[in-house]
Design a protein around this ligand. Structure first.
Ligand SMILES: [Zn+2]
Length: 345
């Protein structure tokens, strides 16, 4: 290792469990992270500073003012410009550590693109906000026989578990039996209904980062298969071992339905007051569309990554892959008709 690199990571190299050999391994490692919100930004910050060689970040969303309270990589200007989170995160992380290859990808991970987007990465990290995507990550990890780290946070509470296929319990072992309640989300509770503390995300992301560094430096014997939870408000900490389920749908019977399933539904709820339309898998020329829409819509803005405009009381955000998020409604029919009117049927 050259002296400058050694100096940069010296405090981590001094830590006995990593050492110079561990740091070398870390610098040559790579990981893919899905979702770049409160958990993802905190996690990516720690891993990029620690010197992971390459980090791919997949996120479907853009920065909004309400993200800034907890999503630690983003700034007010990112929200003003409505930058996609993957793009804003890549810029910030590259400035933090230019020695790391950070690759932001603006995409909605689903069964149709998971194999392609996750291929080649020996570790998958959970920064998502929904269980459908987490079960997809679980099934993809089982299919590809690579470890992944589950993490979730809501209100003041978070939970994480490292899954090593064939060695530890998987997410389906932990959650699909119904015995162990690993979600802690109480059914309907989400960040959009009961809020979330940046402090809770920070704790869980820190545990996830430590687990990732263990795996990437070859210390896989150090753990996995424990569901660890922490509530920063009550101070309650728990870490319980989860047994493998010999009948597990995913890791035992290899019924990988989330990975092999049909493409995701065309319309999904996305936050408290938004609908996302996935069905249009076509490239859009956002600049041309912006010109066409300008006479009939308000506050038309286009930044090369997305196009946003207002049709009171609604706000539409369009991505270049044809995806759209319609804010101001929970009605699929309203979202569909707005899409048809402004983009095409
Ligand atoms: Zn399992």
């Amino acid at each position: 290792m050259d002296p400058k690199t050694y100096e940069r990571y010296s405090r981590q190299i001094l830590f006995n469990e990593i050492g110079e050999a561990g740091q070398e391994r870390l610098l040559n490692s790579c990981a893919v992270m899905v979702g770049c919100g409160a958990l993802g930004t905190a996690l990516a910050n720690l891993l990029v500073r620690a010197g992971v060689g390459k980090l791919r970040i997949i996120d479907r969303d853009f920065v909004e003012p309400s993200n800034l309270q907890r999503q630690t990589l983003f700034e007010e200007s990112d929200a003003r410009e409505a930058l996609p989170k993957a793009v804003a995160a890549e810029r910030r992380l590259s400035a933090i550590n230019s020695g790391v290859a950070v690759e932001g990808i603006v995409a909605d991970l689903g069964p149709q693109n998971a194999q392609e987007l996750l291929a080649g990465f020996p570790l998958i990290l959970d920064g998502t906000d929904n269980f459908e995507t987490r079960f997809l990550l679980n099934d993809a990890a089982i299919h590809r026989n690579v470890p992944w780290i589950y993490a979730a946070v809501v209100a003041s509470y978070g939970v994480t578990m490292t899954v090593r296929p064939g060695e530890t319990a998987c997410l389906a072992c932990a959650l699909e039996l119904g015995g162990e309640d690993g979600t802690g989300t109480g059914g309907e509770d989400t960040c959009d209904t009961v809020g979330v503390l940046g402090a809770a995300a920070g704790v869980i992301a820190a545990i996830e980062a430590a687990e990732a560094i263990k795996l990437l430096t070859g210390k896989s014997e150090a753990g996995g298969g424990r569901l660890t939870s922490f509530d920063v408000w009550s101070g309650k900490f728990q870490s319980v071992r989860v047994a493998r389920n010999p009948e597990c749908r995913s890791c035992a019977r290899r019924d990988l339905r989330y990975l092999e399933g049909e493409a995701q539904p065309h319309l999904t709820m996305c936050g408290r007051d938004s609908v996302q339309i996935h069905e249009r898998r076509r490239r859009l020329d956002l600049a041309a569309l912006a010109k066409r829409i300008a006479p009939t819509a308000g506050e038309v803005r286009e930044n090369g990554f997305l196009l946003r405009f207002r049709v009171p009381p609604y706000e539409m955000t369009l991505f270049a892959d044809g995806r759209a998020i319609i804010k101001g409604t929970r009605e699929a029919s309203v979202a569909r008709s707005l899409y048809a009117r402004y983009i095409g049927a």
